[in-house]
Design a protein around this ligand. Structure first.
Ligand code: UD1
Length: 381
């Protein structure tokens, strides 16, 4: 795959910047996780300290909401993050025939009426990850028409692995002018070996296999915790999925899913972002409702910068050093359990004020570097 051949090195030479500028960097971090809507004005000069609970994970709720389509009954999902991507997913669910009720952070979805196999293009274009609806709608209705996600500010967003995997399962895949139409009278389980552990391809193939005949075996599967969350939800609804979190996932086809209730896992990227924000401002922060195993790839690197990390139960406390943070010799983004690409911009920001030179290598997205030009404008070297 082309992207794997490209490796991007960001070499950062930290230099002395005023504390005011250091705190202004925090503004950049705030912008990483959200769509840019208007402007943010950040008044710097404060340590980021305190205690905060972590919400449900964006990358878990999105595939779960795509998978509820497979259950012709009612799914109740708790701890849904109130973010625009959740709203887009809900809009898609309604557009294809679901009834959705919202009660605080709980979504109650009745997918009994799903009867539309054309996923509305305007909604898909709003959110690249809506491509996961491909597997859900195809599995339920035997047909789906959905736009390709296309490239984005992070670079290429190829879907060849999704499509070649589906073709192996006996799905007829037609790709015309960026619109994918998939049809299948039946899905026939088989072994699919992914050449790269794509998160989205793993999820789409899991969903496609739920009503397949026999076993769908995904090898070299993505191991991200959100995939384990998807497996757990599907199994609560009567699916037979095992192996998520390892390199091989086995989906044994079932005849029908049933009603299910589930609580979404906490967002490890949001948690990591708060930890970095606090570290950058020499702060001290406690995050509640976290899963420590999910955070190790991030907290291990924060400890290398001189931060103290203390886990107790479902909480983590970060205490930044009094002086400057230390550089990290080598930081390489990789599929889980490697260092997550979604934390790369935050760490580039942090390391640009650390003492010494850090070398950061991005291997997942070929254009995830836009923040660097902004940081340079703020004096980063
Ligand atoms: C998911 C996450 C995203 C995270 C990314 C990598 C969600 C909703 N989003 O995105 O936050 O940054 O994982 O951890 O869960 N690729 C191909 N062919 C394919 C599929 C992917 O070449 O068929 C490439 C992509 O272009 C990209 C890389 O593989 O460069 C990673 O993609 P993938 O793991 O699929 O990420 P997403 O599921 O899109």
């Amino acid at each position: 795959m082309r992207l794997m051949l490209r490796v991007f090195y960001f070499k950062l030479h930290a230099r002395k910047v005023t504390q005011q500028i250091i705190y202004e960097y925090y503004g950049i971090i705030l912008c990483f996780g959200v769509k840019l809507m208007g402007e943010y004005h950040i008044k710097g000069g404060r340590r980021i300290c305190g205690e905060i609970p972590i919400n449900g994970a964006k990358n878990a709720i999105l595939p779960i909401l795509a998978s509820v389509v497979l259950n012709p009954g009612v799914s109740v999902i708790h701890n849904c993050p109130k973010i625009s991507d959740t709203k887009v997913s809900v809009d898609i669910l309604r557009a294809i025939g679901c009834k959705v009720n919202e009660e605080g952070k709980t979504l109650i979805i009745d997918a009994g009426g799903v009867n539309v196999s054309d996923v509305p293009a305007d909604l898909v274009k709003e959110m690249r990850s809506s491509f996961i609806f491909l597997g859900g709608v195809l599995g339920r209705l035997g047909r789906v028409k959905i736009c390709k996600p296309g490239g984005c500010e992070l670079g290429e967003r190829a879907v060849d692995l999704h499509l070649s995997g589906l073709a192996k399962l006996g799905v007829k895949v037609c790709d015309e002018d960026g619109v994918i139409e998939c049809t299948a009278d039946k899905i026939t389980g088989c072994r699919i070996n992914l050449s790269f552990p794509s998160v989205g391809a793993t999820e789409n193939l899991m969903l496609a296999g739920i009503y397949g005949e026999g076993e769908t075996i995904i090898s070299n599967a993505a191991k991200e915790p959100e995939i384990v969350d998807l497996q757990n939800f599907l199994n609560i609804c009567g699916a037979k999925v095992k192996g998520a979190g390892t390199t091989e996932i086995v989906v044994t086809g079932v005849k029908k899913l049933h009603d299910g209730e589930y609580t979404v896992m906490p967002d490890r990227i949001v948690a990591g972002t708060y930890l970095v924000a606090s570290a950058i401002t020499n702060g001290e922060i406690t995050l509640n409702n976290i899963e420590k195993e999910h955070l190790y790839p991030i907290t291990d690197k924060l400890m290398e910068t001189g931060c103290k990390i203390n886990f107790t139960g479902k909480s983590v406390t970060l205490t930044a050093p009094d002086g400057r943070l230390k550089a990290i010799d080598e930081l390489i983004t990789n599929p889980h359990p490697g260092f997550p690409t979604d934390m790369q911009p935050q760490f580039v920001t942090l390391l640009s004020i650390a003492s010494g030179t850090s070398i950061i290598t991005e291997t997942i997205f070929n254009e995830r570097d836009k923040h660097i030009y902004q940081l340079k404008q703020m004096g980063a070297d």
